[in-house]
Design a protein around this ligand. Structure first.
Ligand code: TYM
Length: 348
């Protein structure tokens, strides 16, 4: 993580990140994001704020009952993976109105040309762009607000969010320039670890995603041990053995992906994994990977299953987190309004 970052008005390090409750958690979410969230909380060097971003989820239609379920399940996943709601602030986005308010302000800062370049919108909207929601298009301005409404300085994400974080930086810089302030920090993406881009188990050129129609393409945090083992056994690979050095995987995306997953799960590096398994074929490597994946994921999935049995408790945790989040966000939103010349009722 970069030490010397421009953090606006002398802010402390503050970490913010979010995951959409649209479907369950995948191994990609876990290795690219959630596992890192826990490490940063444990590191203790900064305040950690983690958000289940339900306002983002509704940029595509969500069945209301399914959204409620997915929000609770996602929260359970955060806690089961090691997020401690006492040490980190954990909440769902729609309970803190400041996100949406600052999101509007930022939609007046961001330029249409900037949003037109967003590759995720192009991917998600597909061919029928005219029928996509306005929210899906404006999504990155809300994401910038999620981060900047806390004056967060560091944002742990997977590789696919990099472009959105660059836009967040552009919005902060333009707001500061337009208003002659240094109000918003220019955030630092934290894209680290062996698995910043976990690929589909069926196609090594496609990202592992909760929206892939094939369930065999991904590992879900709710999969049982047999399902995990079966998905890894059936994962696409090539007939060659593992090479002596990492460069030998350059044109073997599926093989490279499994090595990265192994390294991230083991807390190791792809170089070390290749060194350990050099010369072995995938028939030998896959059962080892399956055992490792089950040993890491099964306790999380069991704990998730237990936690979702107590929805009332999850809702209380989210409400408490939202209260703490709002206490940080509201004064920053108030100051934003002051800078823009908006009148507010004087505090009694
Ligand atoms: P989302 O919900 O698609 O994914 C959540 C996090 O998981 C990471 N991720 C992956 N990492 C590695 N390999 C993969 N295959 C993979 N798939 C997903 C994502 O990079 C992300 O870190 N726009 C965000 C949510 C968001 C947000 C924010 C994030 C809203 N506001 C503010 C950070 C800060 C998204 O859709 O992530």
């Amino acid at each position: 993580m970069a030490d010397a970052v421009h953090t606006g008005e002398g802010h402390q390090r503050r970490i913010f990140s979010g995951i959409q409750p649209s479907g369950g958690l995948t191994l990609g979410n876990y290795l690219g994001a959630l596992k890192r969230f826990v490490e940063l909380q444990e590191d203790g060097a900064a305040e950690t704020i983690y958000c289940v971003v339900d306002l983002h989820a509704i940029t595509v239609w969500q069945d209301p009952a399914a959204l409620t379920r997915a929000t609770r399940e996602m929260t359970a996943g955060f806690i089961a993976a090691g997020i401690d709601p006492a040490r980190s602030i954990l909440f769902n986005q729609s309970q803190v109105a400041a996100h949406a308010e600052l999101g509007w302000i930022f939609s007046c800062v961001a330029r249409i040309g900037w949003l037109n370049r967003m590759t995720q919108f192009k991917d998600k909207a597909g061919k029928n762009r005219e029928a996509a929601s306005v929210g899906l298009y404006a999504y990155p301005t809300l994401m910038a607000a999620d981060i900047l409404v806390y004056h967060a300085t560091h944002v742990p994400v997977g590789e696919d969010q990099k472009q959105h974080l660059e836009l967040t930086r552009d919005i902060a810089i333009k707001f500061n320039n337009d208003t002659g302030t240094e109000f918003f920090p220019v955030v630092e993406p934290v894209i680290e670890g062996a698995a910043t881009r976990v690929m589909s188990l069926r196609d090594g050129t496609k990202k592992m995603s909760k929206s892939d129609p094939s369930d065999m393409s991904r590992i879900n945090l709710t999969d049982d041990a047999d399902t995990i083992a079966q998905k890894i056994r059936k994962a696409r690979t090539d007939p060659d053995p593992l090479p002596e050095a990492l460069a030998g995987l350059d044109r073997r995306p599926e093989a490279r992906n499994l090595v990265n997953i192994y390294a991230a799960l083991a807390g190791s590096t792809p170089e070390a994994v290749v060194a350990e398994f050099a010369g072995q074929n995938f028939a030998a490597f896959k059962p080892r990977l399956a055992d490792l994946a089950v040993s890491v994921l099964a306790p999380i999935s069991t704990e998730m299953g237990r936690l979702v049995q107590e929805p009332g408790e999850i809702d209380r945790i989210l409400a408490r987190g939202a209260e703490r989040a709002a206490a940080l966000a509201n004064p920053i939103l108030d100051r934003t309004k002051d800078i823009l010349g908006m009148i507010r009722a004087p505090k009694p």
